[in-house]
Design a protein around this ligand. Structure first.
Ligand SMILES: *Cc1c(COP(=O)(O)O)cnc(C)c1O
Length: 373
């Protein structure tokens, strides 16, 4: 770039137009080729820097950035599926991801929902037209941890691709390619951004042909990411593993504390032995981050648990997670799940970077005030 210039931050390279030195150079441009610059939508130096670092973190070879996590999910499904195809989606998947399954039906693609804990039995659900199996590890609301290896082995035996939503682990605590996945995607919106102010997704593969297929779909969908947003994610990326561990320590301590409270019927946290699929978490994951849920005692009305949520001061009410601030959100599962055994209110917490004791005091205070029998 500029002679004599060097810095630790990647330069923010905004561009729609890429300028060529000659007509021959412009004619020779091929958007498929990773080493060429063709047009802003196919990447600029800052987005490629971010993509390369994310691919290295996950142990993959090729990365594609999308304008949100959900855009990455849709990019993968539309890139790999066509009319007449079938896709399997876990029953405990992130809500909009489930909705995308229903939405795919308008393209003549059938989406079926499977029990995330069925493991190798998923082979029984694979049809001749099944092309893709989605995995979320763990499901980011009810936290069951699937046996990823069993699912990817069954898929491979039938020539079916697997795509794993790796957002919960931030690419820090779980390495999808070590467990047989073909595609790993993440909502960078969460831990990698770390600022609760950027929406972005990434799709990582090892297979180059798969990468090209998804890159073509990304172009057809017109998905672009801003250079400024890439720089924001690059700024916080180096601290992701440290932040993940800090969120994880506080979250696990608070989860243990909540487990002892009579107001709570069950704490849904993959590192707790009674969580669905805990043995898979123990075998395959190296951490647990800040996200978990609880089921309140069914004796409490929704009005009471809502009052508890609104009585919190450090926990803010809202979706998404991965930033410095603790968050809380109620979930209505009857509309989202084929099967769910609990009747009590489900509330999801994200434990931020505040003092753990302050968070515990906030929870205790609001429970004492609003959850009395
Ligand atoms: C947030 C989230 C997404 C979607 O990410 P957005 O950037 O908000 O679109 C996808 N999967 C999981 C598990 C998520 O938590």
């Amino acid at each position: 770039m500029l002679a004599g210039w060097d810095a630790l931050a990647a330069p923010v390279t905004r561009a729609a137009t890429v300028v060529h030195p000659s007509t021959a150079s412009l004619r020779a441009v091929d958007w498929r080729k990773p080493a060429q610059w063709s047009y802003g939508i196919h990447g600029t130096p800052v987005s490629r820097t971010l993509g390369a670092r994310l691919a290295a973190l996950e142990g993959g070879d090729h990365a594609l950035l999308q304008p949100s996590g959900l855009a990455a999910i849709v990019n993968i499904s539309l890139g790999l599926l066509q009319q007449g195809d079938d896709v399997l989606i876990p029953d405990n998947v992130y809500g909009p991801s489930r909705e995308h399954g229903d939405w795919l039906r308008k393209f003549g693609i059938s989406a079926r929902y499977y029990d995330p804990l069925m493991g190798a039995d998923i082979a029984r659900l694979i049809q001749p037209n099944t092309r893709l199996i989605w995995i979320e590890a763990p499901g980011s609301v009810t936290m069951e941890v699937p046996d990823v290896r069993a699912i990817t082995s069954a898929a491979r035996a039938h020539g079916v691709h697997t795509a794993l939503d790796n957002t919960w682990s931030a690419g820090v605590a779980f390495k999808p390619f070590d467990h047989g996945c073909d595609i790993s995607m993440q909502a960078l919106t969460k831990y990698p951004s770390g600022g609760s102010d950027v929406l972005m997704g990434v799709t990582i593969t090892r297979d180059y042909d798969l990468h090209l297929k998804l890159k073509r779909a990304r172009m057809m969908l017109g998905f672009n990411v801003s250079a400024d947003d890439c720089a924001l994610v690059l700024r916080n990326l180096p601290s992701t593993a440290l932040r993940y561990a800090a969120h994880g320590r506080s979250a696990l301590a608070i989860a243990h504390w909540l487990k002892m409270r009579s107001e709570i019927e069950k704490v849904l946290h993959p590192a707790l032995p009674d969580c669905g699929g805990h043995a898979h978490w123990k075998r395959d994951f190296s951490g647990s981050g800040g996200l978990f849920s609880v089921v309140f005692n069914a004796a409490f009305t929704q009005a009471q648990t809502d009052a508890f949520i609104e009585g919190l001061t450090l926990f803010k009410i809202g979706f998404s997670w991965g930033g410095a601030h603790s968050l809380v959100a109620p979930y209505e599962l009857s509309a989202e799940r084929n099967t769910w055994p609990h009747r009590g209110a489900l509330v999801r917490f994200f434990i931020g970077l505040e003092e753990e004791n302050d968070l515990r005091a906030d929870l205790e205070h609001s429970m004492a005030r609003h959850l009395t029998a």
